[in-house]
Design a protein around this ligand. Structure first.
Ligand code: MEV
Length: 401
């Protein structure tokens, strides 16, 4: 990741500005193309023709509010984070938490190389226990065949990295070969599906039996992102608030029912930024919840623990996101979102998304552990029922964004 940029995302009082003033402010923060300016000044969404190219049986399009996550600093870089979400207070909450974290040095994020998992399933394998060693012995041939299916990816320095075979059912000879592919800056679903289909006959030849499914796994265990933040008691509102947040986090560690809601709060931020940047948020959700349950008990993806002078927030999850491919080029709103976010790689994007998740989680725990969530949430919620002119600019979960 490169060094600090000129962009400064801290835009106090942003929520109280008119739309035109917000867009002016955004232009001060990030350089926007004429196309993105036009998109952001309009009603958003897609033309029918664009929508037709993306899906089937299209009769119309479906809009969501696009807000800006402000105050984010990740690895010493400033980010303005586009967030598409219908739930009131998600954006405001993330901004408020990001402001606290920013005052204490920002988020630290680190993402693994973009290694996706492709699966080739085999059935009726005659000697299933010999399949893993047989595949290990032909590892180089299989990886070479994987690479041959995606020459352009390989030319960019990415491609097949490893394989692993597991016996799933000895009686029926069900074996799976997991292929680990570095997909670079793509989310990678199409790349690894192409590889799985191309290499399956060779794998079948090596281990015998019939080739079954050939598809990615949405639990990319080798594509994880880790994020941390440290907060002082002062910035949180005192040591009692820090203790209350750590207790709220502990509740999620003790109880899977609570952990699900805790993770939902974390994913509020991840999904909003993922949707704005055109990511496969269903894949993200599937992977995140599977990872949460991976140890056999459903656990929180993030925790906040007490330190001598405040709190340490930590999160880890698999995150398959891309800056190229998918709808990143097909959707004008997504292109505008990338101009706003200014990330240079899929790994950087993963770090920002996880930071937004941790911010959302922190804001939720802070509200829950102090005044409760409803006061601020309902104030924003009721805004939906008011006629546009009467709508308040108030925002909540700890102040304005
Ligand atoms: C609401 O969208 C999210 C929360 O329920 C998260 C949580 O309980 O931690 C407030």
């Amino acid at each position: 990741m490169s060094g600090p940029r000129a962009v400064v995302s801290r835009a106090s009082g942003f929520s109280r500005l008119s739309r035109a003033a917000r867009l002016r402010k955004l232009r001060e923060l990030v350089a926007l193309s004429a196309a993105s300016e036009a998109y952001l000044s309009g009603d958003g969404g897609l033309s029918f023709e664009e929508a037709e190219r993306m899906s089937e049986n299209v009769v119309s399009t479906f809009g969501l509010p696009l807000g800006l996550g402000l105050n984010f600093v990740v690895n010493d870089r400033e980010y303005v984070v586009p967030m598409a979400v219908e739930e009131p207070s998600v954006v405001a909450a993330a901004c408020n938490a990001a402001r606290m974290v920013r005052a204490c040095g920002g988020f630290r994020a680190e993402a693994d190389p973009s290694v996706m998992t492709a699966q080739v399933e085999l059935e009726g394998v005659p000697e299933p226990d010999l399949a893993p060693p047989r595949l290990a012995a032909r590892r180089a041939d299989v990886l070479r065949a994987c690479d041959a299916a995606v020459p352009r990816l390989v030319a960019r320095g990415f491609g097949a990295r490893d394989l692993e075979a597991r016996v799933l059912d000895r009686e029926e000879g069900v074996v799976v070969c997991d292929l680990f592919i570095d997909v670079g800056d793509a989310m990678g679903a199409n790349l690894v599906d192409t590889i799985a289909e191309a290499v399956a006959p060779l794998i079948g030849e090596i281990v015998g039996g019939r080739v079954g499914l050939r598809i990615l796994s949405n639990l990319p265990l080798r594509r994880r992102v880790r994020v941390t933040c440290e907060l002082s008691d002062d910035v949180l509102g005192g040591p009692e608030v820090a203790v209350a947040i750590s207790r709220a986090s502990r509740f999620a560690e003790l109880d899977p029912l609570r952990a699900v809601t805790h993770n939902k709060g974390f994913l509020n931020g991840v999904d909003a930024a993922a949707i704005a940047t055109g990511q496969d948020f269903r894949g993200i959700e599937a992977g995140a919840h599977a990872f949460a349950a991976h140890g056999g008990v459903y656990r929180p993806l993030s925790t906040f623990s007490r330190t001598a002078r405040g709190l340490l927030g930590r999160a880890e999850l698999p995150l398959a996101v891309g800056t190229v491919g998918g709808s990143t080029a097909a959707h004008r709103g997504v292109r505008a979102a990338f101009e706003i976010l200014q990330v240079e790689s899929a790994r950087e994007l993963a770090g920002v998304l996880a930071s937004v998740g941790l911010a959302s989680n922190l804001a939720a725990l802070r509200a829950l552990a102090t005044e409760g969530i409803q006061k601020g949430h309902m104030r924003l919620h009721h805004r939906k029922d008011a006629p546009p002119a009467a709508q308040s600019r108030e925002v909540t979960l700890g102040g304005e964004p």
